[in-house]
Design a protein around this ligand. Structure first.
Ligand SMILES: [Zn+2]
Length: 253
């Protein structure tokens, strides 16, 4: 079992490393394939042993092997986070389609985290690829019936989020939720039934609140990246969904 845990962790770090490259290049308007990964300071092209997730960063002590300039730590942190999150998903759901969905949620969360905090955008390709893979997994798991149900829940989440945006825009007299947040709601709603979707919004908002207050207090920015908190709320509720459903049933009785 230990080997499987290690394999799951490594898979997470490798995918995180890829997503980090994909997001940082796309938000800068660069091609994903070319040029090969290089040091932004001296353009030294990284060799294969300098591209191993987690390990290369530690071995190089966070510095370029040629010019000794510092390498950003965000790639390293993304890899550690994703590896651990993959492990957590696997511990909760084992060998199941829920594990695949969980992995997908983690990767979407990472991608949104990297683009939304840095550039205040959620890449369309993140959401589109996310939704396609999501529906592929749902189809493999439950067939067309499950796809149909998920789609209806997704539409519900999308419409609800859109209404919240219209209301928010009217109250705050500026854009309250971005288009990316609303598309993300469709992704979330397709995985969670409406009651769990609402809980995930509440959890995401509660985590966002201290951050929003901090931003408002320091006045660093007028806008708030809400996407990462929504996706975090989704991951938390997805991991706890069976307990939450049980709790809801107890409360209703
Ligand atoms: Zn360098």
């Amino acid at each position: 079992m230990l080997y499987i845990y290690i394999l799951v962790f490594i898979t997470g770090t490798v995918l995180a490393s890829f997503i980090h490259v994909y997001v940082t290049r796309l938000i800068k308007g660069e091609s994903i394939v070319f040029p090969r990964s290089h040091c932004p300071n001296c353009n030294h092209v990284l060799r294969w042993y300098e591209l191993i997730p987690v390990i290369s960063y530690l071995a190089l002590k966070g510095r370029c092997s040629k010019c000794n300039s510092k390498i950003g730590i965000d790639s390293f942190l993304s890899e550690i986070f994703t590896g651990l999150a993959f492990l957590l998903v696997f511990i909760v759901y084992g060998f199941s389609y829920d594990t695949l969905l969980g992995f997908l949620i983690v990767l979407v969360l990472l991608s949104i985290f990297l683009s939304d905090f840095k550039e205040m955008i959620i890449l369309d390709s993140t959401i589109i690829v996310g939704i396609l893979l999501e529906y592929l997994i749902l189809y493999l798991d439950g067939g067309l019936r499950s796809v149909y149900h998920s789609f209806m829940y997704g539409v519900f989440a999308f419409v609800l989020m859109f209404l919240i945006k219209i209301l928010g825009d009217a109250i705050f007299k500026r854009e309250s939720l971005g288009g990316g947040d609303i598309k993300l709601a469709f992704f979330m709603g397709s995985i969670l039934p409406y009651n769990l979707f609402l809980i995930s919004i509440m959890i995401g908002s509660s985590i966002a609140l201290p951050y929003a207050l901090y931003i408002a207090y320091t006045k660093k920015r007028s806008e708030l990246a809400f996407g990462p908190f929504l996706a975090l709320g989704l991951l938390i509720v997805f991991l706890l969904k069976n307990d939450i459903i049980e709790l809801l049933e107890l409360l209703i009785k």
